[in-house]
Design a protein around this ligand. Structure first.
Ligand code: G6P
Length: 619
């Protein structure tokens, strides 16, 4: 009798999706309904393409000095330099630059967009004043208040922000200084943080840890951001005896996300097995009275910090979610907040070319035709910013990827984000970016300071290692542009808490402005619920399958069942494929046994449970 796990070395064949995806993409582009606001002036996208066509014609008639490339991109070096200087945005205090010269928007386009930007600025102003900017959930959107509490619409919210910030800093100081000690080692200090959370409750802290944690932080951080048992085991195994001096920070706005709950239960089990008392080392960051909050309160965890209803997960980096892990790692959170606040201030101007977030939104709109027709490839040329693109993926895609606009029109909006880091990607996928399918625009993140002062050396005459990185960035930017691939470059002096805070704030606002331009709600995520609901249904079905198998397996002799029989006895014949997958998964984990058949032909399988549960607890 072979177990299904040994027979199921490969999953059942799934038809290639290529043939399905392609027409879908084309359909999506053709079937885009523009937001009603746009319908009144439907010429924007047309203007853009017409401009490109005219430019193409011009370049065709001017073979000697082609002033414009086929798509309208300026190619004359002097004109390009002029465009660079004219459009260069600089934030002096932050030492941050934004270069949009390699995006080919025209003056006419900017002019035509101007009223929409003014509406977007107005919407942002209202949002900051406490308007219900997330109408579908009836919520205010207040992440900008976190770095300037006096902006909060009332004194209660202001004091909530301030009190939480004080509590975060005090707790972190006391842990780092050793005033709060691990219970099993009154002489010692906490040495590690195990952060349990997912999505917006993980991506910001992960990005910031990678970007800013010192080489020898007071507490090292690890993450459990999934319900993958092997991944969880790995983190716990890596901690080993250090579990005794680990603070476990469980982060979940809702307090009920299954992956996070599972991570918590797994960690609590590890604590029990190590003879440690979890509550003395557990910290919860969640909304008041959530399931997690109540658990932490009842069990008497070491500390609890609030998340606010009006801060979304993907914009929570400047709340306790991001600040507590950062402070515990010795990162200056005041500086992060200061950087974000300075950037917010700059983004409040209603003069488009002086507003960096609006400039980004303009570039996104131009490059992707305002419908996400091109992807945004984010290339930070600095290893410590590796996770920026992953962080932006949620911020941008969960915010902008929406089926309906605010007026209920089906728009299927979005902007795809991916990326890793330069120059590493030069040796991976830049080949396709330069020469292959033209479905993207790039964002280069440049960091001017290569190393701390006094550490640099020339590895060949006149050239440092950092010069190579610089050269690779500039070379790739030029090479892409030469082949009509547009790009934006964001430059910071150094990766510091201040510049990272500014980057986070820059992209948060760009997303907000862009969402206004395309008339969508950036602050809800209805599409995520569908997958969560379906996952819940799968687990409910699994319980029914177990009950059916259990009953048959408790018979004398055991009655192995076919997949069809299981489906029939579950009274859900329509779920037969899912039932097969459930059984295959259980068999791979030795929780179901195969009496007959093989995985390649699911109908031949006969299955039963190795152990009969006489209490029939599965029903
Ligand atoms: O913080 P939590 O409530 O646990 O939510 C974690 C994540 O859950 C969902 O996937 C949402 O779409 C995300 O926006 C959120 O960040």
């Amino acid at each position: 009798m072979a177990s299904l796990s040994s027979l199921c070395s490969s999953s059942p064949s799934i038809k290639s999706q290529t043939s399905i995806t392609k027409p879908l993409v084309i359909l999506r582009k053709d079937s885009v309904t523009f937001p009603t606001r746009f319908s009144k002036t439907p010429s924007l996208v047309q203007t853009q393409s017409v401009a490109r066509e005219i430019s193409a014609d011009l370049s065709n008639t001017n073979d000697v000095v082609p002033k414009k490339a086929k798509n309208g991109l300026e190619k004359d070096p002097r004109e390009l330099w002029k465009r660079y200087v004219d459009w260069l945005y600089q934030h002096k205090e932050l030492g941050l630059y934004l270069d949009v010269s390699r995006v080919g928007f025209t003056d006419e386009f900017v002019e035509e967009m101007e009223p929409r930007f003014q509406s977007a600025f107005k919407a942002m102003e209202e949002l900051e004043k406490g308007a219900i900017a997330n109408p579908d959930e009836g919520r205010m959107v207040g992440h900008y208040w976190l770095r300037k509490p006096e902006l909060a619409p009332n004194s209660f919210l202001k004091s909530q922000i301030e009190t939480t910030l004080d509590a975060v800093r005090k707790f972190a100081d006391e842990v780092v200084s050793g005033k709060i000690k691990p219970p099993s080692s009154p002489e010692g200090r906490f040495t590690s943080i195990l952060s349990v959370g997912i999505g917006g409750s993980a991506l910001g802290p992960q990005f910031v840890a990678e970007a800013l944690a010192p080489d020898n932080p007071p507490l090292k951080i690890r993450f459990i951001d999934n319900t993958d048992p092997a991944g969880i085991d790995h983190q716990i195994a890596q901690l080993g005896p250090e579990l005794a001096s680990t603070i476990v920070v469980v982060i979940s706005k809702s307090g009920g996300t299954p992956e996070t709950r599972n991570g918590l239960l797994e960690v609590q089990k590890a604590f029990r097995e190590a003879g440690l008392e979890f509550a003395k080392q557990g910290v919860a960051i969640t909304q008041e009275n959530s399931l997690l909050d109540n658990t932490a309160r009842i069990e008497g965890w070491l500390a609890r910090f609030p998340m606010f209803d009006w801060v979304g997960g993907r914009t929570s980096e400047m709340s306790a979610v991001g600040l507590l892990p950062a402070a515990l790692q010795g990162i200056d959170v005041r500086e992060m907040l200061a950087g974000a606040s300075l950037m917010d201030e700059a983004n409040r101007t209603t003069v488009l070319r002086n507003n960096p977030a609006a400039l980004l939104a303009l570039c996104w709109y131009w490059a992707s035709d305002g419908v996400g027709s091109k992807d945004m490839v984010v290339l930070p040329y600095k290893d410590s910013l590796l996770l920026f693109s992953r962080y932006l993926q949620q911020l941008v895609m969960e915010s902008l990827g929406k089926e309906f606009d605010l007026d209920g029109n089906r728009v299927n909006q979005g902007l795809t984000v991916y990326g890793n880091k330069g120059s590493t990607d030069q040796h991976a996928y830049i080949q396709q970016l330069r020469e292959g399918v033209h479905n993207f625009f790039a964002t280069f993140i440049e960091v001017l300071r290569d190393r701390p002062p006094g550490h640099d050396w020339e590895l060949e005459p006149g050239v440092t290692c950092g010069d190579y990185l610089f050269g690779m960035l500039q070379g790739t930017r030029s090479a892409l542009y030469a082949n009509d691939r547009e790009s934006v470059t964001v430059t910071v002096q150094e990766v510091t808490p201040r510049s990272v805070g500014a980057l986070v704030a820059l992209y948060e606002r760009a997303v907000g402005i862009y969402a206004s331009l395309v008339n969508i709600n950036a602050y809800h995520q209805p599409g995520v619920e569908a997958g969560k609901k379906a996952a819940g249904e799968v687990l409910a079905l699994q319980k029914r399958v177990l009950a059916v198998l259990n009953e048959a397996s408790c018979k004398e002799p055991v009655e192995p069942l076919t997949i069809d029989e299981v489906a029939e006895r579950c009274h859900t014949p329509e779920d037969i494929e899912m039932i097969y997958k459930i059984i295959a998964h259980m068999a791979a984990n030795d929780r179901a046994l195969i009496a007959e058949g093989s995985c390649g032909s699911p109908r031949s399988i006969k299955v039963y449970l190795g152990e009969c549960n006489v209490d029939g607890l599965y029903a």
